[in-house]
Design a protein around this ligand. Structure first.
Ligand code: NAD
Length: 480
């Protein structure tokens, strides 16, 4: 495990010589003292990124950068098992899910390698003008120095969603991982070393939000901030970015709805509902945490949910067959438990779960929990809990279902289930969300745009949209 920051292609001791503890959420034991970067380290990293950007990196072709991205993908793939184990130690998630994350991470680097090659052809395009005396071309240029601030729920994958397209575009960057899960992001520095990424292109400064994240978002030498995290932090970052008019993209929280119509295949629905809320311990921004069921099938769906939720194996992420690991930290555990206690105190109907599993004495474990008939006014219905807690309500007709789903300031994702394709299309079109899943929940493809409306954020990641985040558009118009 790394105990130094990665700046300008070198491993350096943090300026103040400080560290912060990293815990294994399954055992509650401290497993590492990670380097705590501060404002001076951020200044150092930003100037390294600026120097790299203004130097030879700017002259590289998409093909050159594609070769580096492919080499990074190979190196990550080579270290897949080791990185997945580190992710379990840091985040708590079950090993097979950590393996998916690293496989996806590899896929993201490969995908942006392909897009980087394509950039060479698309860099300049002609614009059709109505006046023949003028000729106009549009150039796509890298944005400059990017600051990446990321959360803890998919630690390395969230880094990849930003780092890979930024490299493809020809930007340089400073990555600030979450203080709860810094281990795999630091390994990305080793990957950069192994493939000889030019110094300063990727800098990694671990540390706390206030002492490392804030100076990064406020730094006048940063051209773009790409942030993934909570709404309050995102709002603060947006305001910090406004002072130097930085380009900013925000991937924030969600309270996504899952509508089940009366003609849905109930067995399939139950599988997707459980996956949609209990996968990754419910610590998923797009978790379908509000279930909206047609009243005619509500009892059947609830019975099946109760039966299946109780079969979910809870335990240490490294143990065979475990589907639900611990929550990431004591803070997150207490936050989710407070919501559950509030639900119980306010008389909500608890279908299943609601406490820590008896067989696990240590670790931040919670049972899969389902509350039914939750009022729209309840904080459990309105707020992002970010844990294994599902809330359900019933509806009578399509209009009511859509109204309930859209009655939230968030707008990240939504799901709809019915065997009537027209009803699915009508509903999908009416939902106010950046991502709508039909007859499924949560599948995510590197090729397709990801991001939310309303309080869920600004901009899109992944696909061509992810690359656009790191490209500026310049027109050059000539009088001929
Ligand atoms: P968070 O907002 O607490 O922290 C996110 C990052 O911001 C961390 O690296 C943190 O150190 C940093 N930070 C904290 N204060 C800061 C400040 N003042 N200035 C700059 N940086 C600061 O979020 P979290 O608890 O790590 O993550 C959970 C949240 O992330 C949830 O709301 C979840 O929905 C969201 N999320 C969204 C997506 C998406 O794609 N939309 C994906 C994953 C997670």
């Amino acid at each position: 495990m790394q105990d130094k920051l990665y700046i300008n292609g070198e491993w350096v001791t943090p300026d103040l010589g400080q560290t912060f503890p990293v815990f294994d959420p399954a055992s509650e034991a401290q497993v590492h003292a990670a380097p705590a970067g501060s404002e001076e380290d951020i200044n150092h990293a930003v100037s390294a990124a600026r120097q790299a950007f203004e130097g030879s990196w700017r002259q590289t072709t998409g093909k050159d950068r594609a070769a580096l991205l492919s080499a990074m993908a190979d190196e990550l793939e080579h270290r897949l098992e080791e990185l997945a184990r580190l992710e379990v130690l840091d985040n708590g998630k079950p090993l097979p899910e950590a393996v998916w994350d690293i496989e996806d991470t590899v896929g993201v680097f490969r995908y942006y390698a392909e897009l980087a090659v394509g950039l060479d052809d698309q860099r300049t395009t002609e614009v059709a003008l109505p006046d023949p005396r003028f000729r106009s071309v549009v150039r796509r240029e890298p944005v400059g120095v990017a600051g990446h601030i990321i959360p803890w729920n998919f630690p390395l994958l969230m880094a990849a969603w930003k780092v890979a397209p930024a490299i493809a575009a020809g930007a340089t960057m400073v990555l600030k991982p979450s203080e709860l899960t810094p281990l795999t992001a630091l390994e990305l520095g080793k990957v950069a070393d192994a493939v000889e990424l030019p110094p300063g292109v990727l800098n990694i400064v671990t540390g706390l939000g206030k002492t490392a994240g804030a100076p990064l978002s406020q730094h006048p030498g940063v051209d773009k901030i790409a942030f993934t995290g909570s709404v309050p932090t995102g709002a603060g970052i947006m305001s910090a970015c406004s002072r130097s008019i930085k380009n900013v993209s925000l991937e924030l929280g969600g309270k996504s709805a899952f509508i089940i119509y009366d003609d849905a295949d109930i067995d399939a629905a139950v599988e997707w509902i459980l996956f949609g809320i209990f996968w990754n311990q419910g610590e998923v921004c797009s978790a379908t945490s509000r279930l909206i069921i047609h009243e005619a099938i509500a009892d059947r769906v609830h019975d099946r949910l109760k039966e299946e939720a109780r079969k979910i194996t809870i335990g240490h992420g490294m143990d065979e067959g475990v589907l639900l690991g611990p929550l990431v930290s004591v803070g997150q555990y207490e936050k989710v438990l407070n919501y559950i206690e509030h639900g119980k105190r306010s008389g909500l109907s608890l279908l299943t779960g609601g406490q820590r599993p008896e067989h696990l004495e240590k670790g931040y474990f919670l049972e899969p929990t389902i509350f039914t008939d939750v009022p729209e006014t309840s904080s459990l219905w309105q707020e992002e809990i970010f844990g294994p807690v599902l809330c359900t309500r019933t509806f009578r007709d399509e209009r009511e279902a859509i109204r309930l789903a859209n009655n939230t300031p968030y707008g990240l994702a939504a799901a709809v289930m019915s065997q009537d394709p027209e009803r699915c299309t009508r509903t999908a079109n009416a939902l106010r969300a950046g991502i709508v899943w039909v007859n499924c929940s949560q599948p995510t493809f590197t090729e397709a745009p990801w991001g939310g409306m309303g309080h869920s954020g600004i901009g899109r990641e992944l696909g061509q949209w992810g690359l656009n985040n790191y490209l500026e558009t310049k027109q050059i118009t000539e009088y001929t």
